[in-house]
Design a protein around this ligand. Structure first.
Ligand SMILES: [Zn+2]
Length: 391
């Protein structure tokens, strides 16, 4: 009896100081590791996911549109609600319940928060090149499988001793080996329909290799994001890289196909992938409270039922995007993007108001700063970091 009494007293004391047994265990490692040399970084890109859905959820003009939605009842039940707040939480629950309150997000143009691509084209290859090189080269003006003449920060870091040549990129689109110029960089890039290879493969990932050959994709050049994520997760937990990039693609391809229902389901799956990724990182001792997560998109899209499927600048209509010249102004607003961050070096502030238009090319310097590396040494021409989100 006496022991039980003491135990109850002990629990009451802990409760009074705001600590429970469950938290007691977690408290110690919750202190972020102060040594930046040990920091890890994970980058996730979600291809062509509009800021409109990120900040307001399903679009009223599209969710019931006969041309773009097959089963309106199911889609409405899943993603519609009266208020913007409910709609965005239904679409991206991990973003709005965890990632954004504990981290930061930029790009809500209805709330004085603005970020755009700096390249003049507003489509994928130029966008990814801008994200990972920190500069704009106007000659990067197509999505063709051409090796990027510029060095990405992923390649630059990979050759530093502390990165042990373990940096890796997992992408759904088969152009990533060219964007990261694997011929020159020798980076581990698994994209398109590549199998896992070049590291000790678990039985699970060998099975995934077989499955990928057997399951059809709606697209000849893009696989389902489930494969990309499962490959990335296996590599993360097996090889343990300091820097990992995961490039999701379904949102863009379903949008191009004019399937707003599938676009929303894909956005929702991307949110679930990011949640699983974050929980996985927090369950790995070297990564827990020691990993920053950055999320960005390569371009925006149109804002009306007539043009939401597309993205292209007016200038690009004379070249790679000539198929869209029935939109003589290009796809207005498709330069507008969003950017989110979470981790020990990110100021927890939710939606961040900006005093100017931030740009996509600032991403590289931001990533480097989070790893304690010098953007100037990487490339003196790289745009400055996004200070607004950093501690
Ligand atoms: Zn894209």
């Amino acid at each position: 009896m006496k022991t039980r009494y003491l135990l109850i007293l002990f629990i009451l004391t802990l409760s009074a100081t705001g600590t429970t047994f469950a938290e007691f265990d977690k408290k110690k490692p919750a202190q972020p590791n102060g040594n930046k040399a040990d920091r890890k970084l994970v980058v996730v890109t979600i291809d062509g996911l509009r800021w409109q859905e990120v900040f307001a959820g399903a679009d009223q003009l599209l969710i019931n549109h006969k041309d773009y939605v097959t089963n309106q009842e199911h889609l409405t039940q899943t993603f519609w609600a009266q208020t913007e707040r409910e709609r965005k939480e239904k679409l991206l629950p991990f973003f709005w319940h965890t990632l954004i309150p504990q981290g930061a997000i930029i790009g809500n143009r209805n709330n004085g928060s603005t970020i755009s691509v700096a390249n003049p084209w507003y489509f994928s290859y130029p966008g990814y090149s801008e994200i990972f090189t920190g500069i704009v080269d106007e000659d990067i003006n197509s999505n063709k499988k051409v090796n990027n003449p510029h060095v990405t920060f992923v390649e630059w870091l990979n050759n530093k001793p502390s990165y042990e040549q373990k940096n890796a990129v997992f992408g759904s689109w088969d152009v990533f080996p060219y964007i990261f110029n694997t011929k020159r960089s020798k980076l581990h890039v698994n994209a398109g329909f590549s199998s896992a290879q070049d590291y000790p493969l678990s039985p699970k990932v060998k099975w995934l290799n077989e499955l990928q050959q057997e399951i059809p994709s709606p697209w000849h050049n893009v696989r389902f994001d489930a494969f990309t994520y499962r490959y990335a997760k296996d590599y993360l937990t097996t090889v343990k890289p300091k820097l990992l990039v995961i490039a999701l693609g379904e949102t863009d391809d379903f949008a191009h196909d004019g399937k707003y229902d599938q676009y929303l389901y894909a956005a929702n799956r991307s949110d679930k992938i990011i949640e699983d990724l974050w929980l996985t990182l927090q369950a790995m001792p070297d990564y827990k409270d020691n990993t920053n997560l950055l999320i960005i998109t390569d371009h925006g899209r149109g804002s009306t039922p007539a043009n939401w499927q597309h993205h292209a600048s007016q200038r690009s209509l004379k070249g790679y995007m000539k198929g869209l010249k029935h939109f003589p102004d290009g796809i207005v607003g498709s330069e507008h993007i969003w950017f989110a961050a979470l981790g020990p070096d990110i100021k927890a502030q939710g939606e961040v108001k900006t005093s100017r238009e931030l740009t996509q090319q600032q991403f590289a310097a931001t990533a480097l700063k989070l790893l304690g590396e010098s953007p100037t040494l990487f490339n003196p021409k790289a745009a400055k970091e996004i200070k607004e989100v950093l501690k």
